[in-house]
Design a protein around this ligand. Structure first.
Ligand code: PGA
Length: 249
């Protein structure tokens, strides 16, 4: 795991975007794993800028999102389908058929998990972008979920629902279930870029990097990934036992 500590959110976004842009330049048909939430927004802005300047194209890029809510339609403004369209896809030349976001059809829960899982195994991600929950989750792999899970339907825990309530009118409106890539799917990526900013993430980052590999902190499994780059701002790094800006182990 390589940990880069940068000054602030903007530097974090720039650094992550520059890694992705370089990879797209050498492999225009990159398979990109995408995350939602506040953390990757700056990266998406920088990728859009790179597209607008002609540096990269999304024409041959395939994307796979980590997760999707169950219990709200795809057209809901807070679905991850809407999120991706609003913050990235509508600005770039990606082909609709190359966009993969888990289906959230409540009447086909078993099938949708299997279907997404099959698609993931045929398409190893060249880069997977990850945020991290304050509780150490990655995707919606909540504390306690098996480290060998593949795509599954998850009941969201209360901390996650409270964290995400800021995007909804009330906590009651936050879906209780989601479909998510499992840890095993996330680990099956050539490179992982995990991003975090702010004090609220400091404890999760500390446990992820320095704690035991433990289902209670799902992100801790990333210690075993052969190419995991962690890019965090000073606040998210504030509990790490060093003042270095680059840590590799
Ligand atoms: P955030 O969410 O980027 O909105 O903080 C991260 C996550 O829960 O994975």
């Amino acid at each position: 795991m390589q940990i880069h500590v940068v000054k602030n959110y903007d530097e974090m976004s720039k650094k992550a975007a520059s890694i992705i842009i370089k990879e797209i330049i050498v492999k225009p048909s990159l398979i990109l794993g995408l995350a939602t939430g506040s953390t990757p927004l700056g990266v998406y802005e920088k990728l859009i800028e790179a597209y607008e300047t002609g540096l990269i194209s999304f024409e041959n890029i395939k994307t796979f999102n980590l997760d999707e809510y169950i219990g709200i339609p795809r057209e809901h403004p807070q679905s991850y389908y809407s999120f991706m369209n609003e913050h990235l896809f509508k600005y770039v030349d990606i082909k609709k058929e190359n966009i993969n976001i888990p289906d959230n059809d409540i009447n086909r829960l078993n099938e949708i998990a299997k279907e997404y899982n099959n698609r993931l195994f045929g398409n190893q991600r060249d880069i997977q972008i990850l945020g991290i929950g304050a509780n150490g989750h990655i995707g919606f792999n909540e504390p306690g979920s098996s480290l060998s899970n593949q795509t599954f339907i998850v009941e969201l825990n209360e901390e996650t629902r409270k964290d995400n309530a800021r995007f909804f009118n009330s906590l009651e409106e936050v879906p209780k279930y989601a479909i998510t890539m499992g840890i095993k799917n996330i680990m099956y990526s050539r490179k992982i870029i995990l991003l975090a900013s702010g004090k609220k993430k400091a404890e999760a980052i500390y446990k992820m990097a320095y704690g035991d590999i433990d289902t209670r902190v799902p992100a801790s499994i990333l210690q075993l990934h052969p190419d995991c780059i962690v890019i965090i701002d000073k606040e998210a790094a504030s509990m790490l036992p060093t003042n270095e800006t680059f840590i590799e182990f």
